[in-house]
Design a protein around this ligand. Structure first.
Ligand code: SF4
Length: 358
């Protein structure tokens, strides 16, 4: 589905009285992507001397146990050697200091990937450090809102946080228990988001829920509840990243946002524009790498610029171009690769890109 068709699809789900706000909110949120970012065609801007997007996990764990998230399978995490813990402030400061060596600003630094960033007690200091560095155009955070007390909301807003992506997991107390395996009051989630939205100086607020089989009634409840306390809102699709989720999705995979997918793509675009920094400083190439297999360096003994321009990442990109992700051990079985929209397709540009990265 094209981006425009998906917008109309969401607008019709929201109903006539809310359609305009759904469309304008998402246009605001994605304007930069389409006007000056990868939405104009990733191949046109490669090779990049500065990464466009960096994910940072301030905490490797999560307070929820959602059935669709691989983070919730402790045995799989142990088997993959993923360490539990929180990022120390000096490591984050080193990461941010490293950004000054790049020729341009990083377009987006995102706190939160597979872990819940609010589990890190120093998250507001981390956000402030990143904002004040001047090396990042937008500092954002992904959270499930459960730990967003008023004090933390005040601190994050004061730190200059520019965008929050809230993941709402259900629409009732029972729904939260079923989905997250944790007792959560739905009213508290709503109140936490409402409070942040009420602040005079606050970040842009995006709220989404994953469609795990929502009824029409539930979809209406979602829009009715969260539209007044958000700037952009959406219902995203379930991704088949756990066995339980894969059973529900079956052969009907539509990608996370439902926007034009390239189901048969050979080259994954992510390593060409993004990095993902784990809580211990290990660096991978994408936000899909929950088992830390795409490692291309460590902040503990390298600068981010050395990693971005280093031999490990160069080889990783060349293998993408010449072998395809399907034949790379690090990417075997990846369910995210086809989620990246068509605007980021690199398959047709392989020959030229191999020369650029060789
Ligand atoms: S194919 Fe998947 S695991 Fe490999 S780099 Fe792309 S998103 Fe990451």
């Amino acid at each position: 589905m094209s981006a425009a068709a998906q917008l109309l699809n969401l607008a019709s789900m929201a109903g006539p009285t809310r359609a305009v706000k759904v469309v304008t909110g998402l246009l605001r949120m994605h304007a930069r992507y389409f006007l000056v970012g990868r939405g104009r065609g990733l191949a046109k801007v490669l090779p990049l001397s500065t990464p466009m997007k960096i994910h940072v996990d301030p905490a490797s764990g999560c307070n929820f146990r959602c059935f669709f998230c691989p983070q919730t399978d402790p045995s799989a995490l142990r088997a993959a050697g993923v360490k539990a813990g929180v990022m120390k402030l000096p490591l984050l400061q080193k990461l941010v200091d490293d950004l000054a060596a790049f020729p341009s600003k990083v377009d987006e630094l995102v706190f939160g990937n597979y872990g819940e960033p609010l589990l890190n007690k120093q998250i507001d200091e981390m956000v402030a450090y990143a904002v004040q560095s001047g090396s990042v155009r937008e500092v954002s955070l992904i959270t499930n809102a459960a730990l967003l007390t008023k004090e933390r909301a005040d601190n994050l807003a004061a730190a200059g946080l520019q965008k929050v992506r809230f993941s709402v997991e259900a629409l009732s107390d029972e729904g939260y228990l079923t989905t997250t395996k944790v007792k959560v009051a739905f009213a508290d989630i709503v109140e936490n988001i409402r409070y942040l939205h009420s602040l005079r100086k606050r970040p842009f607020i995006y709220v989404k829920i994953i469609d795990t089989g929502l009824s029409q009634e539930e979809k209406q409840k979602f829009f009715k509840t969260f539209m007044p306390i958000s700037d952009a809102i959406s219902i995203e699709n379930l991704m088949p990243v756990t066995e339980e989720a894969a059973e529900i999705v079956g052969d009907n995979g539509k990608g996370m946002t439902g926007v034009s997918l390239s189901a048969g793509r050979a080259v994954c675009p992510s390593p060409f524009y993004s990095l993902s920094v784990h809580m211990d400083g290990d660096v991978g190439v994408c936000c899909a790498d929950w088992h830390h297999k795409t490692g291309v360096g460590s902040l503990r003994d390298q600068s981010l610029k050395e990693i971005w321009n280093g031999e490990q990442l160069r080889q990783f990109r060349v293998e993408q171009l010449t072998k395809s992700w399907r034949n790379m051990d690090a990417c075997a079985g990846c369910e995210m690769v086809n989620h990246y929209p068509v605007y980021e397709d690199l398959d047709r540009h392989r020959d030229g890109l191999v020369v650029s990265y060789s």
